[in-house]
Design a protein around this ligand. Sequence first.
Ligand code: ATP
Ligand code: MG
Length: 414
Amino acid sequence: MTERVCLVHYHEIGLKGKNRATFENRLIANLTHALRGTSASRVCRISGHLLVESDDGFASQKMAHAISRVPGVARVSLAYRCALDEDEYCGAAVRALGEAPEPWQTFKVHARRSSTDYPLHTLELNRLVGGVLCGAFPQKRVLMHGPDMTVVVHVVQGSVYVYVDSGPGVGGLPVGSAGKVVSLFSSGFDSPVATWMVGRRGAVCVPIHFSGRPVTSDQSEWLCQDIINALAPSGIVGRLYVVPFGEHQRQISLDVPQGLRVLMYRRVMFSVAERIAKVEDAKALVTGESLGQVASQTLENISVVNECVSLPVLRPLIGSDKQEIMRRAEDLGTYEISSLDAPDCCTLFMPRRPETHARIEQILEAWELFDHDSMIEQLVDQIEYVDFEQCKPYKPPKCLRARHKELAPAEWQR
Ligand code: ATP
Ligand code: MG
């Protein structure tokens, strides 16, 4: 019986030389995790591809779609798996081409052989299958360059895989192959997209959200959770940290000049995120900043906020336009949730006229106007978190409180 399976094509992993097996194993583990709850029964390796088999022998479009969203997947094909039997694979080619969505006029056959123990060469295979298809579809034409449809016939390890349909995947590298990052995460459009971009490059992402609680409601925290659930098919998020920041913002707004408030909030946010990064053993912070988008995102302001941390801060959206970001949010399924308005720390105690070109001397002066060390310490102490099942390679820190104490600055260890 001809089975239906998904063939997973990767691109960058194929370029990885000696480390390739590690990347492939990571992708196999992530795909297996992403497909739990579907009829997928096994993910395995076959000559430069991965193969996903289904319990009932009939892999579906839905399964192919779930696979396409996993970082590291360049393309997915829903293929017929046949024995090395001419009648069977020619019959599968007729079925596959018959299922191609109309309208189309032209086609070609592209045969490949990954094992040489089959006597027919690719040219002979092309001719054989092409002849059968010409008979089955007399109203269609063969076209060698730029046909509407390509029927792939791939002979590999004792089987023949036949497919027409091949959809794009998200690309990138398997999550867990590039370490861990802590991502400053709001319920707006930008930071979820920025987080996804770094996740797509293989990083396990640990978002941290600053809420306005108890001065505002906890609505933004729920929106962040909904956004993370919308990102679940990618499997990039392990844990969300939530910091109730409202009271501390009130304190800052009382202590520092109005125009510098936002920059002080942001320095505190970066500092707390860096402390969590150390606890999590994450190697970088991530933000959704885009150059010049709002007052806090001028080069001067980015630089005076950045000054308070020593970890690299990744800003994958720095050169993106809002429109591009919103389009990406739509593709990811976060757009609708990010459109909902929820007050968070960014909407609290906003100055009428924020500084747009801060100088480092004025910032360092303002930084000394409130006890930032003890504030950061309290915020880390009050942190809350929610774990997510979506990310297979996420390993939580052994003991948040204990490790946090170890990592605290000397004066806090007494
Ligand atoms: P976003 O759409 O991501 O909220 P934004 O356009 O609203 O971004 P800002 O509010 O200036 O811009 O935020 C810049 C970046 O700071 C965000 O992309 C995010 O990384 C971080 N950030 C903003 N608000 C929060 C928050 N409440 N908690 C954690 N990080 C935040
Ligand atoms: Mg925002």
